[in-house]
Structures are given as C-alpha cells and as structure tokens.
Design a protein. Structure first.
Length: 236
C-alpha cells in the first residue's frame, strides 16, 4: 500500500505536489469513489481515475529485475529445453532479457518487452556500468593489478574498467574476490579479461546494473521496476 499521491507521481502523471492538489480539487477517484482528502493508501490493483481518465493502465510494457540463479539460460527459449530466465517470471507478456549472463553466472538481469529501452541500453554508445563480483582461482598479484588499472586488452580491444576493488584474498582457498565495474557488453568479457591476466573465474555474480542493485532479492527472486527507475534508465 502506498499513498495515493505517491502512486500518481510514480506513474509519471505529475509531481507529488501536483497530485496532492488534484486530490484536494476533487479530481481523483479510486475504484469509482471520489477521494478528496490526503492520506488515502492504495495498492497496484486499485483503479485510479483522474478527471475521468484511468491512470496509465493502458500500458502493456513490463520491466523486471531478476536475481538469476546458476544453471539458467539468459534467453527466451533453449533448444535443449533448459530453464530460461523468462521461465522464472510470472507474466503472460512476451518478455526477454536485456543482454546476457552466462549459464553459470548469477545475479542481476533485467527483463522487459520494451524494445526501445532494450535498444537504448544495449547500444555500444550507451555505456551502462555493470558491477561484477568475481571469485578468481588464485591470489591476484601486483602485475595483474597493474594490468587491471591499465585495462587489459581482450581480443585486440582494450577493456574499459571503471573501477575495481579487491574484496578478499583467501590464502587457504587460494582465491581472490574482486569487485569490478565495466561498461562493456562483449560476451564472457569478465572471464576473458581475467584469463588474459592468467586467472580463471570460478564464480561470477552481477551485483549492479547502472544505478540498480540486487537489494534483498534472493536467488531466483524478482521484482518489477518502478516507473521512476524505468524513467531513470531512459534518461541516461
Ligand atoms: N562476463 C562474463 O564473463 N560472463 C557473464 O555472464 C557476464 C559478463
């Protein structure tokens, strides 16, 4: 349940203050009943009308943020009939993932049926920072750290590394956990870039996509994006 003026603003209809004024002016109904006082709370199933027009229920666009589990394919269908990210979302819309995560990579992936946003976010000129937590099979040495600062060359092209941080060096397990933020969309790019430095990525999780993080979502869980988040992605 959210305050009526907040829902109206979240739909992008107008500012919260303007929404308050519309309510006070007696222009808003909820499920057919006039609401002209502030403080009413509504949920997403309630039908809100402003000056007789239904609020934004005409949109057929959907946007989800999923915490992808391991062993799930980032596509709509798999010829080997393996589970896909789309199978995990309860919708009758024809949604698909924006970009890909490998079968064994976990973490944040967006799904939508909005082609315009997909094109915008996946276009190479549109540099969306993506954060990954990588578990490497070894202790990252100085040479590798220097190479990361430079941006390693992968298949003839320098990788643009926005930031990286060593989160943990586990000497007993001979592993390093690195948080790395890149803007690239090349397939298997994180695994490839560490390979050029002499390391295998044993585990990989995407922890952020632009300003979006995983929050409290457990593996396999998802949530719809808010209108505000969708607008922010559009305004990049
Ligand atoms: N880089 C990889 O190597 N794998 C992914 O799934 C995503 C980025």
């Amino acid at each position: 349940m959210e305050r009526l003026q907040k829902i109206i603003a979240n739909y992008g209809y107008c500012s919260r203050r303007k929404a308050e004024q519309l309510i006070l002016d007696g222009k808003v109904t909820v499920n057919g009943t006039l609401v002209n006082e502030l403080g009413t709370k509504v949920n997403s199933n309630d039908i809100i009308e402003i000056e007789g027009k239904m609020l934004n229920k005409d949109t057929d666009k959907e946007y989800y943020l999923l915490n992808k589990p391991r062993g799930v394919i980032s596509s709509i269908k798999d010829e080997k009939n393996r589970k896909t990210v789309v199978d995990l979302i309860d919708t009758d819309k024809r949604i698909y993932p924006i970009g890909r995560l490998d079968y064994d990579t976990t973490g944040l992936i967006l799904l939508t049926n909005d082609g315009t946003l997909t094109n915008l976010l996946t276009h190479p000129s549109h540099k969306v920072p993506k954060g990954y937590l990588a578990k490497l099979n070894g202790i990252l040495d100085k040479q590798a750290i220097d190479a990361l600062k430079e941006g390693p060359v992968v298949e003839g092209r320098r990788t643009q590394i926005i930031d990286f941080k060593i989160k943990k060096k586990d000497l007993t397990k001979n592993a390093t956990y690195v948080l790395i933020t890149i803007v690239e969309g090349r397939n298997h790019i994180v695994k490839k870039l560490f390979k050029t430095l002499g390391y295998d990525v044993d585990k990989l999780t995407r922890v952020s996509y632009d300003f979006l993080g995983l929050g409290n979502l457990k593996s396999g869980e998802y949530r719809p994006l808010t209108i505000k988040e969708v607008k922010k992605l559009y305004n990049k």
